[in-house]
Design a protein around this ligand. Structure first.
Ligand code: SF4
Ligand code: SF4
Length: 167
């Protein structure tokens, strides 16, 4: 894959809107066919992309969406910050419309001005796993990943590469 270029959230939104119909059609095709080599291809593109692209030049996910947090994530972060759980909850956490715990603010309260994560070693599980392009059974998260094209330039470019293949 060509080197992933940084794209601002506005640019990604524009590009995702522009390519939505063809991406929808790819998603439909892949969901139906469930190609056996899809994981291999996506994992290969993921490795190539992150070999070249430095998340510190981007941090779009930390600035715009933020993770869902598990009870374990919250307990670990509170402990790391030497805060009482109740105080941590009050200061940083709210429950969203799906009843999931999320950070109150965007950008993430732990994102530093140089795009480093203040709690990196203790960051939530969802932060470690984002953007999910190295997970198994990628066909199960095609729609979520299509949505992530609006946030993550790597996911956007992986979909653009997938479109070039003969499925
Ligand atoms: S906890 Fe760290 S990795 Fe997760 S959203 Fe915040 S700054 Fe980003
Ligand atoms: S995971 Fe994607 S959106 Fe997040 S910092 Fe890396 S390239 Fe940017």
């Amino acid at each position: 894959m060509k080197i992933v270029n940084y794209k601002s959230p506005e640019e990604l939104k524009f590009l995702s809107d522009k390519t939505r119909a063809e991406t929808n059609s790819l998603v439909k095709k892949l969901k139906k066919k469930k190609p056996k080599n899809l994981d291999n291809i996506v994992h290969h593109l993921h490795i190539e992309a992150f070999d070249e692209f430095d998340c510190l030049d981007c941090a779009s996910c930390c600035k715009t969406i933020g993770p869902r947090l598990t009870d374990k994530d919250i307990a670990r972060l509170a402990k790391y910050l030497k805060m009482k759980l109740a105080d941590f909850m009050t200061q940083y956490i709210l429950t969203d419309e799906d009843n999931d715990y999320v950070f109150k603010d965007h950008p993430c309260p732990f994102l530093l001005p140089d795009n480093y994560c203040m709690v990196y070693e203790n960051r939530p599980k969802a932060c470690r796993e984002y953007p999910h392009t190295d997970r198994k059974r990628f066909y199960q998260i095609l729609e979520l990943s299509h949505k992530n094209c609006e946030t993550c330039p790597v996911v956007y470019d992986i979909f653009e590469e997938l479109k070039k293949k003969n499925w």
